[in-house]
Write a protein that binds this ligand. Structure first.
Ligand SMILES: [Zn+2]
Length: 320
């Protein structure tokens, strides 16, 4: 059963991040006003910082060799992100590398402006393919978003299949691909010297997660990725979620437990030949309703789990 003690925190987190998440994913933030967005900087550990504005969280390694960032939010925020990094007063050197955790616009929207000011974008092979082609993102059910093909300047110029390591600021910053979780191009980014990890959207704090089943994501892959990461990392690792506040491994474990329990509940319905509509009417996810948000509510998560568990991705485009 979900731990009810964490409910207030979750609701606050959801409220704070809902607007940016929903806008970001559903409309690619075309209509969002970025002029009032401020970049909040949190020191995570050693020379690693977390930046929050609109869209996905950014991790930054800032040091004598320059700057490496993980994800870059939206294009109109690139100047503010650059300014926030400079204001740390650590280095005047530029952002040398941007690593994308996956292809969604609220994590890669700044690729073009960063490329245009000299950064090199690195991502898993499928991130480049999906950015280049555009396509449909969604949960295989009622949640569907058209993604336009990205400009050439927004495409990662270095891609990897399984993993890549960037050796800067005295650290082996490692991006490791986990297949078929939030999308088919997810990477988790490890900062081993500083004991920090950026999970991308395989771990988020806004409630039930968006799983982009239409882009090769699955709940099974998300569970496998977060199970593996949470059993192998040190207990006191600092966890940067794709969205939401700085977290720890207990938060990740609670998230994984919820994914396992809700998957089992929907699988039970599938085994009893229940339709998605029946499961919605019977409110099969009622015991986990504290995770239900405005972006992904219980009904949308039932659709997500059903499509994921029965392998019905909707407008699925597989890239290999
Ligand atoms: Zn995403």
């Amino acid at each position: 059963m979900p731990n009810r003690n964490t409910a207030p925190q979750l609701i606050t987190t959801a409220a704070v991040f809902l607007a940016s998440v929903a806008l970001a994913v559903v409309t690619c933030a075309q209509n969002q006003d970025f002029s009032k967005v401020e970049i909040k900087v949190t020191k995570v550990s050693g020379n690693i910082y977390m930046l929050q504005g609109a869209g996905g969280n950014i991790a930054a390694s800032v040091g004598e060799d320059g700057i490496v960032i993980v994800d870059d939010q939206f294009a109109p925020l690139a100047d503010k992100i650059q300014a926030a990094l400079k204001n740390l007063g650590v280095t005047d050197k530029p952002v040398r590398f941007v690593i994308n955790t996956h292809y969604h616009g609220d994590h890669t929207g700044g690729n073009a402006p960063f490329t245009n000011t000299g950064s090199t974008v690195i991502a898993q092979d499928n991130v480049r393919k999906r950015l280049e082609s555009g396509g449909t993102a969604g949960n295989g059910g009622s949640l569907k978003m058209e993604m336009k093909p990205a400009d050439k300047a927004a495409l990662p110029v270095i891609t990897f299949e399984r993993d890549v390591t960037v050796h800067l600021n005295g650290e082996d910053i490692r991006a490791l691909h986990f297949p078929a979780g939030h999308t088919d191009g997810d990477a988790v980014i490890f900062f081993p010297k500083n004991n920090v990890v950026h999970m991308g959207d395989d771990f988020v704090r806004y409630g039930f997660p968006f799983i982009d089943v239409a882009s090769g994501g699955s709940v099974q892959g998300m569970i496998a990725a977060m199970d593996k990461v949470s059993t192998e990392l040190p207990r006191d690792v600092k966890v940067i979620p794709g969205h939401g506040e700085l977290s720890n491994l207990d938060d990740v474990r609670a998230f994984v437990q919820m994914l396992k329990e809700t998957s089992a509940a929907v699988q039970k319905g599938i085994d009893q030949h229940k339709s998605v509509e029946q499961m919605k009417q019977e409110k099969v996810l009622e015991p986990w309703k504290k995770w239900s948000g405005e972006f992904i509510d219980s009904d949308k998560f039932i659709e997500t789990l059903d499509n994921s568990l029965t392998n019905h991705p909707g407008d699925f485009m597989k890239h290999n």
